[in-house]
Design a protein around this ligand. Structure first.
Ligand code: COS
Length: 390
């Protein structure tokens, strides 16, 4: 049976997240965007009320909410501001490989930390020459006795400038392509260098940094899972986090849709509100349909994870569709506003800029299509999504 009804707990959690977005995020979102302000106060408040780290299991001090629950929160927060939403949700990305593959000791230490204080963790996969092509990474981790020595540099690292620790991917066998990558938990204090904060087109309240490792020594026990199995761990992580990105894209789309709808009822041209013109009505209608479809795909991809099913295909469907929908809807929202939409005094200009990253981070829309095509033409065998990659 298919049931789209949320439980009472889910409804009140969604309401709480919406309330938080409306009262704590919306009023400052445009100012934070303009100034590129780091939203420390908001992060602390969100952590206090339980809107961060929803994924952390109760045994490590978290609420142990499901992926669908997380998607409900992420849509609301991104409706408030997706830049702040990205900062709030990034711990989920950084800790997914820990949840999947770490020893009990590491889980207790690093997952536990996030429930004890409003700390941040970052996921370090991308490099200047290894974006979509993960296996092209050059960062190395060389084993020396009971430690690994990491050298290299990572870019576009969300929350990189503020993270307490990092999940870092590095080559442990330079000649083995994707079969030579391993993942580690690296603490900031061990010598991680934050080189540069990026000045971005959108999501300007989120921190995106370039970081580097110069002979950073990491205890061998901080290896996540087995040596040389990091590529699959990264892919399994992205399967789990793309539904959250899809949810955020849906949140941006909804915000743009609401602004456009309201404006179309107020703005008078040719003697009537522009909402009376069919050209505008059709744009509003398409926005409404695409938001519904994006949310349904998002929920399905999250629901599959909550039910222990491998969701690579649907996760990419959701991420691709919701990201492209957010970009289209934000673009059309600017169109509904006409020339005013192009001006910073009006809200949709920011949403238009914010939407763009949805088609880029956690796998571009083209990479999602690649995954969809491969899963469609040559499906991989289904595997237990919680299993450590073998
Ligand atoms: N879960 C588990 N295993 C997976 C997997 C998944 N979702 N996707 C691929 N694999 C496995 C494959 O089965 C294959 O296994 P074998 O080594 O046993 O053959 C291996 O991983 C390599 O897969 P593939 O050949 O598909 O790898 P490619 O190098 O062609 O890369 C893409 C695949 C392009 C899809 C991948 O590199 C990718 O997602 N790139 C985008 C990265 C990204 O999102 N970056 C954003 C930054 S993170 S914020």
């Amino acid at each position: 049976m298919v049931d789209f009804t949320l439980t009472d707990e889910q409804k009140s959690m969604r309401e709480m997240a919406h309330d938080f977005a409306e009262k704590e995020i919306r009023p400052v979102a445009w100012e934070y965007d303009r100034e590129g302000t780091w939203p420390q106060e908001i992060l602390e408040k969100a952590w206090e009320v339980g809107l961060m780290n929803s994924h952390l299991p109760p045994e490590y001090g978290g609420p142990g909410l499901g992926y669908l629950d997380g998607a409900l929160i992420e849509e609301e927060i991104a409706w408030g501001c997706s830049g702040i939403g990205t900062s709030l949700s990034c711990n989920g990305l950084a800790t997914a490989p820990i949840g999947l593959a770490a020893s009990e000791k590491l889980k207790k230490e690093y997952l536990g930390r996030l429930s004890e204080a409003p700390l941040l963790a970052s996921f370090c996969l991308t490099e200047p020459d290894a974006g979509s092509d993960v296996s092209g990474m050059r960062t190395t981790a060389v084993k020396q006795g009971d430690k690994y020595v990491i050298n290299g540099s990572k870019c576009f690292i969300t929350n990189g400038g503020y993270a307490d620790y990092y999940t870092v991917y590095a080559k442990t066998d330079k000649d083995a392509g994707h079969r030579g990558i391993s993942a580690f938990v690296v603490e900031r204090d061990w010598g991680v260098i934050v080189d540069k904060k990026e000045d971005k087109l959108g999501q300007r309240a989120s921190n995106t940094a370039t970081i580097s490792f110069n002979d950073v020594e990491v205890p061998a026990e901080n290896l996540l899972g087995e040596e040389n199995k990091g590529f699959k761990l990264a892919m399994m992580t992205l399967d789990r986090t793309r539904p959250g990105v899809a949810a955020m894209a849906t949140g941006i789309a909804r915000a743009a849709f609401e602004f456009a709808t309201d404006y179309s009822k107020e703005r008078v041209q040719f003697g009537v509100p522009i909402a009376m013109h069919q050209g505008i009505q059709f744009m509003i209608a398409d926005m409404a349909t695409e938001i519904e479809a994006a949310r349904l795909l998002t929920w399905k991809s999250a629901f599959m994870l909550d039910n222990g099913e491998r969701n690579s295909l649907v996760s990419s469907h959701a991420k691709r569709f919701a990201a492209d929908a957010a970009m289209k809807i934000a673009t059309d929202a600017v169109q509904v506003y006409g020339g005013y939409g192009f001006i910073k005094d009006y809200p949709v200009e920011k949403l238009f800029r914010d939407a763009k990253i949805m088609q880029l981070y956690e796998g571009t829309s083209q990479i999602q299509r690649l995954v969809i095509a491969r899963e469609t033409l040559l499906p991989r065998r289904s595997e237990e999504p919680t299993a450590v990659p073998a």
